[in-house]
Each structure stands twice: as structure tokens, then as C-alpha cells.
Design a protein around this ligand. Sequence first.
Ligand code: PMP
Length: 364
Amino acid sequence: YQLATPGVQGLHPYQPGKPVEELERELGISNSIKLASNENPHGPSEMAIAAVQASLLESCRYPDASGFKLKQELSTRYGFHPDTITLGNGSNDVLDIIGHAFLLPGDEVIYSQHAFIVYQLVAQSTSATAVVTPAKTWGHDLDAMAAAVTDKTRIIFLANPNNPTGTWFAGDALRAFMAKIPEHVIVVLDEAYAEYVAEPDYLSGLELQSEYANLIITRTFSKAYGLAGLRIGYGVADAAITDLLNRVRQPFNVNIPALEAAVAVLSDTEYLQHCVELNHAGMAQLEKGCEQLGVSWIPSVGNFITVDCGRDAGPVYAALLKEGVIVRPVANYGMPNHLRVTVGLPEENHRFLAAFKQVLQNSE
Ligand code: PMP
């Protein structure tokens, strides 16, 4: 068949972790723990569960294609106008919509080495040319990214914090970066993990959005808000850009339970605070454990930590699996010696550390 763009030929389906049931059957184990997908380990908010249950009574109807109620709620909470919001089936959907709205074959897309993999997928599926700038101490080198801009650059993808490195950049750096970027370039600032960040110098792009017509911020309900399985995220941008994104967006891309759950969890501030606090405690637990094991890690402000196994991480990953501990290898991010571990419940973190200790000892 003729492909829409030649880049599609080279694409590979996104490789999510295998379902737990399948892994357990393959390995003949049970009671495994999954610390592989940066999910919220605390279960969904009770308010979100109740909202989903109630919403099922409406499931013979199409969802509200405009997402009126959720946009109102986001608008009240954060102060941006509903006309600046694009809802997506997860924030991945928003990233994809952005690519399809703005990229033609041969256009240049800039992102950093070790950046979230979906930027590469968006560039490749539209046959845009990926310009990958070298990372600086695992994080984005914003100066190098700004210097890579040409007349052909259409989009720059930034993740703050980034996955899988957990690295972040400060508000001053973001401001200086935006000031350098010409208006013909759209900056997509992916803030999937923003709720976890406690650093005083961190600045959300939401604070800057009204100053820059070429800035799109993406956010998700999958992480700190605990709704990964419902698939809901959003973008915030200038109304003119948002209008274009909404022309490309599928009319009913977000389903009724997801819309209702997102509205509910936004008002469940206790849940969010609880999850964020437990994440910080869990991160401290994992850092302390790694220190005791003599394992180094990339300092992370997300809900995951990427550890350096000091050797090929593939066999370490496989040995952890046999112990029923599922983490994420990141060789496809150019990090063959690292494993990404999601911060779990205290007992899950403990179990990971115990299994990691044993696996590292056995493979010495
Ligand atoms: N951005 C980053 C940096 C991520 O790590 C993820 C999830 N892995 C996403 C976006 C997409 O999340 P979702 O589609 O669930 O909103």
C-alpha cells in the first residue's frame, strides 16, 4: 500500500510493558509488583471512582465533544480561558494532534537525547526530520536546543520533568529559552509529571502561556491524578493554536467516564496532596536504598527513578522479573545500563530494593 508519509514504514509499534498476567504466566510466578509505567500506586481517588460509576448511566450517549464541564473546571482552577484548552485521550493524543496539525515531511522537529519517546514517534509518523540535541548531565541542554533552530524548524519538544531521566529545568532557564525562540517555531512543553515537582525554582509553562503565542503546555491525569487507565490529558495554548488543534482532534476522543473522573479528581485536593507526599517519601526510600547498595541514580523530580546498574541492564531486568519485580529497561532511550523504577507503595519499594540487592550480588 502507499503510505501517507514514508516515515510510517520505519515506525515500530510503541512497546508498552507486557500485561502482568501474561508475564506471570510466562514465568510461572504470582504476586508480582509492577513498577514499570510510572503509574500512581495508590489507586484512584474515591471521588473519581464514584464519578465514573455515576457516569456509566450516561454511557448510551456520546460524550460532550467540547468537554465543557472539564474545561470550566480547569479554567476556574488555573485561570486560563476554556478556549485555550485541547482535551486528549491521554496527553499522548495531544502530542499526536500537534504533530498532525503542524508537521509536513522534511520539517524539522527538535528534541533532546533521552527525551520521552513519543516525540520521536510524532516526528517519524509525519516524516518530519528529527534533530536530536545531546543531553547535558542526562537533562535537556536548552542552549543547544535553541541553537539548533533553523528556518525549517516547526516544533521543539521539551519535557519538564523528562521521562525517563526525571531531570528538570528552572523557570529562569525556561524564560531565557522562550525569549530566544522565533515565533514560527512551536514549543511544546510536556508537563506530565509537574504535580510531583516541589523545587522552588520550577516554573510551569502555564504561568508563561499568555506571553507566548507559540507555547503549548501539555498535562495529564495519568500520573499524580491516578487516572492512567481512563486516558485523559490536555493541552493549553493560545486560542488560535487551540482552534487549529481542535480541527484535527477526533470529535469524541475523550470518553464520558474519563471526563467525569477528571472533573471529580480536580476537586479532590486531599488525594493529590496525599499521592504527592507519598511519592516524595517513596523517592527518599528508594534513594536511601540505592545508596546503601552503592548504586548510582539520576536525581529525579518525577514519580520514578532511573538507576545505573553499572553493567548491561538487560540481564538485571530479566532477573528482577523472575523475582516478580517488573521495572522498565530504557535501552531504547540510549541508556543500556539503566533501569527506570516507578516509585511504588512503601512495601513495593522495599521489595524492589531487596530483589535488586540479591540480583546485583548474584551477578557479580
Ligand atoms: N509525557 C511524558 C513525559 C510521559 O512520561 C508520558 C507517559 N509515559 C506522557 C507524556 C503520556 O501520558 P498520557 O498519554 O498517559 O497522558
